[in-house]
Structure formats: structure tokens, C-alpha cells
Design a binder for this molecule. Structure first.
Ligand SMILES: [Zn+2]
Length: 261
């Protein structure tokens, strides 16, 4: 079984506009049309059983509607993570948790905050208390060159300050910061989600070093589809020179235990 821990989709009525805006910003060609049905087609092609959808509130007023949409699209195969904006009251986390959503995605660049900013601490505290999973966009971002707001160092500070927080650092701990991931984040008590890495890492051995140093139980398959390609990325993981047992953990076992606990 394969679980993709990092995908995106949008409500049907805004998908086209959102996709063209984001594709323009990132210069990436999307692998599906940005709708839920487009994502499900992509999952069927790639043999992916379940996808976690990451949402992003770029304005405080969007969080409520995003949560409503998450509850509408939630299904056996689609696991939406809600969003909270840094300017929302931290109490909104409780509303997310009590509505049955398993986690929250935060994107420091699109939401304009530093990952370790103290004004985020009440939100982190609530997420920790409610036992929700927190996915960070981590590292650089194609659309925000040289931006350090989601740096490895800042994510590490959050992990140290909130030891009970279930943090997933996306893009194998920090997109295009993989030297720093190996030095600082690998081996820490967080989850690493591996989207947008194998195609972009200039030294493939760095990837192997990171996963060797990290707990085998805390590595998650992800694609960032439609920005990554689910079929290609699943194929790339199948081809990795690692034990079959570790591939099983990465593809689904770790995700199932994280979602179940
Ligand atoms: Zn993403």
C-alpha cells in the first residue's frame, strides 16, 4: 500500500485559477489539474491508496472555509489537513481537532511568518495539546528563492521547544538545505517527508546519509503532487537502494502508525 503524505488540491470552482497562479510562481508543470477528481485519477494511475491534502490559508479569513471544505472532501482515500493563519486565534486549533481532522499544514512563506516566531507558540502549544500532526513546509521554496523563514534551524527550534509536537518536516527536512538537514535534523524526534527531493538533490548520497541517520520509523512518502508526479515519485522510491522493509515503512507503515496514534 502507498500513502502520499503531501499533496494539494483545490475546490473545483477555484482550482483552475489557483493552479495557473501557482504554476506561474513556481515554473512547474502540474501533474494533475488541481481538483479532487484530478488527484484521485493520479492516485489510481500511481497505485496510491490514500493522499493527505495540505491546505494553506494565506489570509486569516480563509481558515474557516478551508476547514469546511476539508470536512466535505474527507473520505477513505482523501485525508485533508486543515490550515490556521498566524493571525487566527489559537483556539481555532481546538475546532479543527474536534471536527475530526488529523493535522494542520503550515507554510511560513505563503503565510508570512518565521517558523520559530514566538507569536506562533500559542498555536504550536494548542496543536501539541490536541495531539494533531503538524506538517511544515521546510527548507527553501521554488517560489521564494533564498528565503530562510522555514529553515532547518528554525524547525529544529520549534521541535526542541515543543517536544510533544508531532512535526513533519517536508521535502526531506528542508528543500535544498539537505546538508543542513543531515547535520542538524536527521536523527531528531520528528518525521521527514520525502517529496521533491530525489529529482532535485545534487548529491544523491546525501539522501541516503540522511535516511540512514534518521529513524526508519519516521520517514514518510510524499510527492507534493501536482508539483511532483505520483507515478514517477513512487517509481523513484521503488528504485532506491534500501531494504524492502524500509520501503514498506516509507510507503505506508509509518504513515499508518502516525495517523493511527
Ligand atoms: Zn506542497
Amino acid at each position: 500500500m502507498i500513502i502520499d503524505f503531501h499533496t494539494h488540491a483545490f475546490p473545483d470552482d477555484i482550482a483552475e485559477r489557483a493552479m495557473s497562479k501557482l504554476a506561474y510562481k513556481s515554473h512547474l508543470t502540474p501533474s494533475h489539474d488541481g481538483t479532487i477528481s484530478g488527484l484521485i485519477k493520479s492516485m489510481d494511475n500511481a497505485g496510491i491508496a490514500k493522499s493527505i491534502i495540505c491546505t494553506i490559508a494565506t489570509k486569516p479569513s480563509q481558515s474557516e472555509n478551508i476547514l469546511k471544505w476539508c470536512l466535505k472532501i474527507k473520505s477513505e482515500r482523501i485525508i485533508p489537513f486543515a490550515s490556521i493563519h498566524p493571525e487566527n486565534d489559537s483556539g481555532f486549533v481546538k475546532k479543527i481537532a474536534s471536527s475530526g481532522i488529523s493535522g494542520i499544514k503550515l507554510h511560513p512563506m505563503y503565510q508570512k511568518f518565521f517558523a520559530d516566531d514566538e507569536r506562533m507558540f500559542p498555536i504550536y502549544g494548542e496543536i501539541e495539546k490536541e495531539g494533531l500532526i503538524l506538517i511544515f513546509h521546510s527548507g527553501f521554496d521554488i517560489a521564494f528563492p533564498a528565503d530562510e523563514r522555514a529553515s532547518v534551524e528554525r524547525i529544529l527550534k520549534v521541535a526542541e521547544k515543543f517536544p510533544g509536537l508531532k512535526i513533519i518536516a517536508s521535502h526531506t527536512g528542508g528543500w535544498k538545505m539537505w546538508d543542513r538537514v543531515l547535520r542538524l535534523l536527521a536523527g531528531e524526534d520528528i518525521w521527514l517527508e520525502i517529496s521533491m527531493t530525489l529529482k532535485y538533490i545534487d548529491a544523491p548520497e546525501r539522501f541516503y546519509q540522511i535516511i540512514k541517520k534518521h529513524s526508519p520509523d519516521r520517514i514518510l512518502f510524499g510527492t507534493d503532487a501536482p508539483w511532483g508526479n505520483q507515478s514517477e515519485d513512487a517509481g523513484a522510491v521503488r528504485k532506491l537502494s534500501i531494504a524492502a522493509e524500509l520501503k514498506e515503512k516509507i510507503f505506508s507503515e509509518n504513515a499508518l502508525s502516525l495517523l493511527g496514534g
